[in-house]
Design a binder for this molecule. Structure first.
Ligand code: PXP
Length: 244
């Protein structure tokens, strides 16, 4: 399993104090520096979500990361014309299409792919024509996987939020759903990724899932980084992912 580190919350901290030019006097912490540290610690990619409300990552961050990082850039985005045009200009390695709702604290559920085929088709097509690999952030259901495959996405990212927010038997049931979804998506030839709410504890269950190529993890790593530093927090997650 590879690790993509979502560094949105480095920008959340910056925006809590500085809104405007990301290069203005005194602005910190630097998003690019965080990305470089994650890469040095062994991350396989950097993930950012350019939200319509620009609450954390700014356009300039995305352009700078594209130019400066040495691994791959995974851009998470809602299906809007404005963000699509930016994505086509930036040409990240991967785009992950996510649902976006202005009032949510974080991405709350998976993208309803099956119910929005007509709205998503042109976006997937344009990204693929630009050489960008497309992923769909979906609930672990066969219906959403089938729809993602039908649209021509190369990857799905299984939403692990329900798993992360449950405990005991309920959590094991969510894990079983993830397992079934990972096997099914893999059988269709899709690359299977997973993310949301994965932390240093529940990774012990997630790492047992079959067919998962990449995890995208943000909050728990950035939170730990306050106490250990970012490099150590990424290294700790990588070793937790690999423990037998
Ligand atoms: N993957 C996707 C598609 C997301 O939207 C998010 C949250 O922005 C993550 C992964 C990372 O989730 P977390 O911050 O809970 O690790």
């Amino acid at each position: 399993m590879k690790l993509g580190v979502n560094i949105d919350h480095v920008a959340t901290l910056r925006q809590a104090r500085y809104v405007g030019d990301i290069d203005a006097h005194n602005v910190e912490p630097e998003v690019l520096r965080a990305a470089t540290i994650c890469e040095r610690a062994g991350a396989s990619g950097i993930t950012v979500h350019l939200r319509a409300d620009r609450r954390h990552i700014q356009d300039a961050d995305v352009y700078r990361l594209r130019q400066q990082i040495g691994t791959k850039l995974n851009l998470e985005m809602g299906n809007t014309q404005e963000i699509l045009e930016i994505a086509l200009h930036v040409k990240p390695d991967d785009v992950c299409l996510v649902p976006e709702n202005r009032r949510e604290v974080t991405t709350e559920g998976g993208l309803e792919v099956a119910g929005q085929l007509d709205a998503l088709r042109p976006t997937v097509l344009r990204l693929r024509e630009a050489g960008v690999r497309v992923s769909m952030f979906i609930e672990p259901s066969r219906e959403q996987i089938t729809a993602s495959h039908a649209l021509g996405a190369e990857m799905v990212e299984l939403h692990t939020g329900a798993f992360a927010n449950s405990q005991g038997e309920a959590q094991l049931a969510e894990l079983a759903r993830l397992r079934d979804a990972a096997i099914f998506a893999n059988s269709l030839g899709l690359q299977v990724n997973a993310g949301h709410g994965i932390n240093y504890t529940n990774i012990a269950l997630i790492r047992e899932l079959p067919n998962i190529v990449e995890l995208n993890i943000g909050h728990s790593i950035v939170a730990r980084a306050l106490f250990t530093g970012l490099e150590q927090a990424v290294r700790d997650m990588l070793s937790a992912m690999r423990q037998p």
